[in-house]
Design a binder for this molecule. Structure first.
Ligand SMILES: Nc1nc2c(ncn2[C@@H]2O[C@H](COP(=O)(O)OP(=O)(O)OP(=O)(O)O)[C@@H](O)[C@H]2O)c(=O)[nH]1
Length: 319
């Protein structure tokens, strides 16, 4: 061995040891030929323990048939293959050395596999480069989570947890368009707390807020998951009940009305009772816009108020 050649081999060894990337060389049977310092540090497996042995023998949580299928083009077509953390968070289950306050117990990894070609042009080995992308992945996951939270907050009324008016209206408009093309039943409901001003005036605004929150909870208990409930205004709520004809929607409305009538809200040890009025409008193909449909429910609500309150009334064109 010449002096220059020996020095080059030494540098290569140092390079393999100091680089902050995992380097693994595998033969066609997935036996390990090279296992650098990065891999040793994170796995606690020394090269002498793993070289010459099957990778799967040491990492039985790696899905063998999946990895073999992924590596096939590297051996057969001599093309590189990339495994990214978004598809699988990691190939090797290594602990993350991030602070325990971070959300990751494991190291997120991107892995590149590329062919090592012999002089005769054949590929008998592949090289894996294992990149620690934990910071990048956690950053991206955090941004995604924040965006989801923002989207949720932009749709929901902070006081009740029901949809806010803007989002409810948006969904209502698309439901209207959908049912215009369908031959199916759906009903819109508007409901409003009776004499709410009196509740505010008697018990205070905070007590009024509690009544609104209690009613929102009752509405949620009385409707299906597929129904759409929103806070339309101060003490006014709007619902859409898919697959409900006038009679079925009236049953739901009555359930809400009776639940409100039976509820007691405690504020400063004072029991507060309240009732609600509801107006229902089953979808009618003749109706020309979502707004016109909602106005029918509003007219029925007006009717319920005018007829004495604590009532659920179905819109009737003749009235
Ligand atoms: N506590 C509280 N009050 C609100 C809120 N939004 C609106 N209000 C009050 O709700 C009251 C609604 O009063 P009105 O529209 O006169 O209706 P009402 O007293 O319920 O009478 P009817 O609907 O005719 O039975 C007003 O006093 C508003 O100030 C809110 O978020 N919290």
């Amino acid at each position: 061995m010449t002096r220059n050649y020996a020095a080059a081999v030494n540098w290569q060894q140092e390079l393999l040891s100091s680089i902050e990337v995992g380097i693994v060389v595998l033969d066609e049977n997935f036996r390990v030929e090279v296992w650098n310092q990065f891999m040793e540090n994170h796995s606690d497996i020394r090269p002498a323990q793993i070289c010459g042995q099957s990778l799967f023998h040491h990492f039985d949580d790696i899905d063998e048939s999946w990895l073999r299928a992924k590596a096939e083009p590297v051996f057969n077509l001599q093309t590189p293959v990339f495994l990214i953390w978004e598809q699988r968070p990691y190939l090797f289950r290594f602990g993350s050395n991030r602070p325990i306050t971070s959300d990751s117990a494991c190291m997120y990894q991107n892995v590149t596999m590329f062919p090592l070609t012999c002089d005769n042009g054949q590929t008998k080995q592949l090289c894996m480069l294992v990149y620690d992308v934990t910071d990048q992945a956690l950053g991206k996951l955090r941004v995604e989570r924040l965006n989801e939270e923002l989207e949720y907050m932009s749709r929901v009324d902070g006081m009740t947890g029901l949809y806010n008016r803007r989002y409810w209206q948006e969904r209502f408009d698309s439901i209207f368009k959908l049912y215009k093309r369908r031959d199916a039943e759906v009903a819109a409901v508007m409901l409003d707390i009776d004499h709410f001003k009196k509740i505010n005036d008697t018990y205070g605004h905070q007590a009024g807020d509690k009544v609104i929150q209690t009613l929102a909870g009752l509405i949620n208990q009385c409707i299906r998951e597929t129904d759409l409930a929103g806070r339309y205004g101060g003490e006014e709520f709007a619902l859409v009940l898919p697959d409900a004809n006038a009679q079925q929607a009236h049953l739901v409305a009555e359930r809400i009305r009776l639940a409100a009538e039976a509820a007691t809200v405690l504020h400063d040890d004072q029991p507060i009772r309240f009732t609600v009025s509801l107006g229902l409008a089953p979808f009618d193909h003749e109706v020309t816009s979502a707004m016109a449909w909602l106005e029918q429910a509003d007219m029925a609500l007006y009717d319920a108020k005018a007829s004495g309150r604590n009532l659920a009334i179905v819109y009737n064109e003749e009235d």
